[in-house]
Design a binder for this molecule. Structure first.
Ligand SMILES: [Zn+2]
Length: 211
Protein backbone atom coordinates (compact mmCIF):
# COMPACT_ATOMS: atom_id res chain seq x y z
CA UNK A 1 0.00 0.00 0.00
CA UNK A 2 1.26 3.51 -0.91
CA UNK A 3 4.77 2.31 -1.84
CA UNK A 4 5.58 5.56 -3.67
CA UNK A 5 4.44 7.70 -0.72
CA UNK A 6 6.40 5.58 1.79
CA UNK A 7 9.57 6.02 -0.27
CA UNK A 8 8.95 9.76 -0.46
CA UNK A 9 8.46 9.94 3.32
CA UNK A 10 11.70 8.03 3.85
CA UNK A 11 13.59 10.50 1.64
CA UNK A 12 12.14 13.47 3.53
CA UNK A 13 13.11 11.97 6.92
CA UNK A 14 16.71 11.61 5.67
CA UNK A 15 16.61 15.21 4.45
CA UNK A 16 15.47 16.27 7.95
CA UNK A 17 18.66 14.69 9.36
CA UNK A 18 20.86 16.11 6.59
CA UNK A 19 19.53 19.63 7.21
CA UNK A 20 20.07 19.40 10.99
CA UNK A 21 16.35 19.67 11.70
CA UNK A 22 16.36 16.54 13.90
CA UNK A 23 18.73 13.90 15.28
CA UNK A 24 18.28 10.13 15.75
CA UNK A 25 14.58 9.32 15.54
CA UNK A 26 13.27 12.65 16.84
CA UNK A 27 10.72 14.74 14.94
CA UNK A 28 8.36 13.10 12.47
CA UNK A 29 6.68 13.54 9.11
CA UNK A 30 3.49 12.41 7.41
CA UNK A 31 1.43 12.87 4.29
CA UNK A 32 -2.28 12.55 3.75
CA UNK A 33 -3.71 10.37 0.99
CA UNK A 34 -7.50 10.68 0.99
CA UNK A 35 -8.72 9.37 4.35
CA UNK A 36 -5.39 7.74 5.11
CA UNK A 37 -2.19 9.13 6.60
CA UNK A 38 1.26 7.73 5.80
CA UNK A 39 3.43 8.51 8.84
CA UNK A 40 6.93 7.84 10.17
CA UNK A 41 7.18 5.13 12.86
CA UNK A 42 7.91 5.71 16.54
CA UNK A 43 11.49 5.20 17.81
CA UNK A 44 13.19 4.09 14.59
CA UNK A 45 16.42 5.89 13.68
CA UNK A 46 15.95 7.57 10.32
CA UNK A 47 19.31 6.27 9.12
CA UNK A 48 18.06 2.69 9.65
CA UNK A 49 14.45 3.21 8.59
CA UNK A 50 13.07 1.34 5.54
CA UNK A 51 9.81 1.76 3.64
CA UNK A 52 8.46 -1.30 5.53
CA UNK A 53 8.79 0.61 8.83
CA UNK A 54 6.45 3.37 7.61
CA UNK A 55 2.92 3.12 9.04
CA UNK A 56 -0.46 3.78 7.40
CA UNK A 57 -3.30 4.95 9.67
CA UNK A 58 -6.75 6.41 9.15
CA UNK A 59 -7.86 9.85 10.31
CA UNK A 60 -8.96 8.40 13.67
CA UNK A 61 -5.44 7.10 14.27
CA UNK A 62 -6.36 3.42 13.77
CA UNK A 63 -3.63 1.42 12.09
CA UNK A 64 -4.36 0.37 8.51
CA UNK A 65 -0.97 -1.12 7.67
CA UNK A 66 2.46 -1.43 9.28
CA UNK A 67 4.47 -3.55 11.68
CA UNK A 68 5.54 -0.56 13.80
CA UNK A 69 3.75 1.89 16.04
CA UNK A 70 3.03 5.23 14.37
CA UNK A 71 4.92 8.33 15.56
CA UNK A 72 4.19 9.44 19.13
CA UNK A 73 3.03 12.80 17.70
CA UNK A 74 0.31 11.14 15.60
CA UNK A 75 -2.46 13.06 17.48
CA UNK A 76 -0.91 16.39 16.39
CA UNK A 77 -0.65 15.31 12.73
CA UNK A 78 -4.30 14.18 12.77
CA UNK A 79 -5.52 17.40 14.40
CA UNK A 80 -3.75 19.42 11.69
CA UNK A 81 -5.25 17.33 8.85
CA UNK A 82 -8.74 17.49 10.36
CA UNK A 83 -8.67 21.27 10.86
CA UNK A 84 -6.67 22.48 7.84
CA UNK A 85 -8.03 21.17 4.57
CA UNK A 86 -5.00 22.60 2.69
CA UNK A 87 -2.63 20.47 4.75
CA UNK A 88 -1.59 17.36 2.81
CA UNK A 89 1.84 16.95 4.40
CA UNK A 90 3.22 17.73 7.87
CA UNK A 91 6.85 17.98 9.01
CA UNK A 92 7.64 18.28 12.73
CA UNK A 93 11.19 19.23 13.72
CA UNK A 94 13.38 19.88 16.77
CA UNK A 95 15.82 22.24 15.06
CA UNK A 96 18.14 24.46 17.05
CA UNK A 97 16.86 28.01 16.56
CA UNK A 98 13.14 27.18 16.39
CA UNK A 99 13.55 25.22 19.64
CA UNK A 100 15.40 28.16 21.22
CA UNK A 101 12.48 30.43 20.29
CA UNK A 102 10.05 27.78 21.56
CA UNK A 103 11.65 27.66 25.02
CA UNK A 104 11.56 31.46 25.19
CA UNK A 105 7.88 31.35 24.13
CA UNK A 106 9.00 33.99 21.65
CA UNK A 107 6.93 34.33 18.47
CA UNK A 108 8.69 35.09 15.18
CA UNK A 109 7.49 38.54 14.03
CA UNK A 110 6.98 39.40 10.33
CA UNK A 111 10.55 40.55 9.69
CA UNK A 112 11.50 39.22 6.24
CA UNK A 113 9.88 39.66 2.81
CA UNK A 114 11.02 36.15 1.93
CA UNK A 115 9.15 34.57 4.79
CA UNK A 116 5.67 36.11 5.15
CA UNK A 117 4.19 34.95 1.80
CA UNK A 118 5.40 31.41 2.49
CA UNK A 119 4.72 30.95 6.22
CA UNK A 120 2.22 33.69 7.07
CA UNK A 121 2.48 36.99 8.91
CA UNK A 122 4.32 36.11 12.11
CA UNK A 123 4.69 32.65 13.59
CA UNK A 124 3.04 32.06 16.96
CA UNK A 125 4.01 29.80 19.86
CA UNK A 126 1.44 27.22 20.99
CA UNK A 127 0.45 26.88 24.63
CA UNK A 128 2.45 24.20 26.41
CA UNK A 129 1.17 20.61 26.44
CA UNK A 130 2.87 17.23 27.00
CA UNK A 131 4.35 15.60 23.87
CA UNK A 132 2.13 13.04 22.18
CA UNK A 133 -1.13 14.37 23.63
CA UNK A 134 -4.24 15.40 21.74
CA UNK A 135 -4.06 18.66 23.72
CA UNK A 136 -0.71 19.47 22.11
CA UNK A 137 -2.39 18.96 18.73
CA UNK A 138 -5.29 21.25 19.68
CA UNK A 139 -2.92 23.94 20.97
CA UNK A 140 -0.91 23.78 17.74
CA UNK A 141 -4.02 23.99 15.53
CA UNK A 142 -5.10 27.09 17.46
CA UNK A 143 -1.92 29.02 16.55
CA UNK A 144 -1.82 27.70 12.95
CA UNK A 145 -4.81 29.83 11.96
CA UNK A 146 -3.73 31.78 8.85
CA UNK A 147 -0.20 30.33 9.01
CA UNK A 148 1.72 27.37 7.57
CA UNK A 149 3.94 26.98 10.63
CA UNK A 150 3.87 27.06 14.41
CA UNK A 151 6.43 27.01 17.19
CA UNK A 152 5.55 24.37 19.82
CA UNK A 153 6.23 25.61 23.37
CA UNK A 154 9.32 23.99 24.97
CA UNK A 155 9.48 21.50 22.14
CA UNK A 156 10.13 22.53 18.50
CA UNK A 157 8.21 23.46 15.38
CA UNK A 158 5.76 22.14 12.82
CA UNK A 159 5.03 23.11 9.21
CA UNK A 160 2.37 21.94 6.79
CA UNK A 161 2.07 22.20 3.02
CA UNK A 162 0.52 20.47 0.01
CA UNK A 163 3.56 18.23 -0.50
CA UNK A 164 6.23 16.75 1.77
CA UNK A 165 8.95 18.55 -0.20
CA UNK A 166 7.23 21.88 0.42
CA UNK A 167 6.69 21.13 4.13
CA UNK A 168 10.40 20.27 4.43
CA UNK A 169 11.36 23.47 2.61
CA UNK A 170 9.14 25.54 4.96
CA UNK A 171 10.81 23.87 7.96
CA UNK A 172 14.26 24.85 6.66
CA UNK A 173 12.99 28.37 5.93
CA UNK A 174 11.52 28.72 9.43
CA UNK A 175 14.74 27.53 11.08
CA UNK A 176 16.72 30.01 8.98
CA UNK A 177 14.35 32.88 9.83
CA UNK A 178 14.55 32.12 13.57
CA UNK A 179 18.35 32.07 13.29
CA UNK A 180 18.37 35.44 11.50
CA UNK A 181 15.96 36.92 14.06
CA UNK A 182 17.96 35.72 17.08
CA UNK A 183 21.24 36.83 15.51
CA UNK A 184 19.81 40.30 14.82
CA UNK A 185 18.45 40.51 18.38
CA UNK A 186 21.94 40.08 19.78
CA UNK A 187 22.99 43.30 18.06
CA UNK A 188 19.86 45.45 18.28
CA UNK A 189 16.09 45.55 18.00
CA UNK A 190 14.77 43.91 14.80
CA UNK A 191 12.37 46.14 12.85
CA UNK A 192 9.16 44.55 11.58
CA UNK A 193 8.00 44.97 7.97
CA UNK A 194 5.59 47.91 7.43
CA UNK A 195 2.00 46.97 8.32
CA UNK A 196 0.59 47.45 4.80
CA UNK A 197 3.34 45.25 3.37
CA UNK A 198 2.56 42.53 5.92
CA UNK A 199 -1.11 42.68 4.90
CA UNK A 200 -0.25 42.40 1.18
CA UNK A 201 2.16 39.53 1.83
CA UNK A 202 -0.42 37.75 3.96
CA UNK A 203 -2.81 38.04 0.98
CA UNK A 204 -0.16 36.36 -1.16
CA UNK A 205 0.08 33.55 1.44
CA UNK A 206 -3.70 33.18 1.24
CA UNK A 207 -3.58 33.02 -2.58
CA UNK A 208 -0.63 30.62 -2.76
CA UNK A 209 -2.30 27.96 -0.68
CA UNK A 210 -5.14 27.75 -3.22
CA UNK A 211 -2.70 26.44 -5.86
ZN1 LIG B 1 8.68 16.45 18.86
Amino acid sequence: MYEKEKKELLDICLEMIKNDLVIGSSGNASLRVGDHVVISPSSVNYSEMTADDVVVIDLEGDEVEGARNPSVETPMHLEIYKNHSHALAVVHTHSLYTSAMAILHEPLPPILDEIVPKLGAGIRVSKYAMPGTKQLGKNVVEVLEGRSAALIANHGAVCYAKTLKDALFLSILLERACKIYMTAKQVGKPIELPEDVVEDEQDIWEMMREF
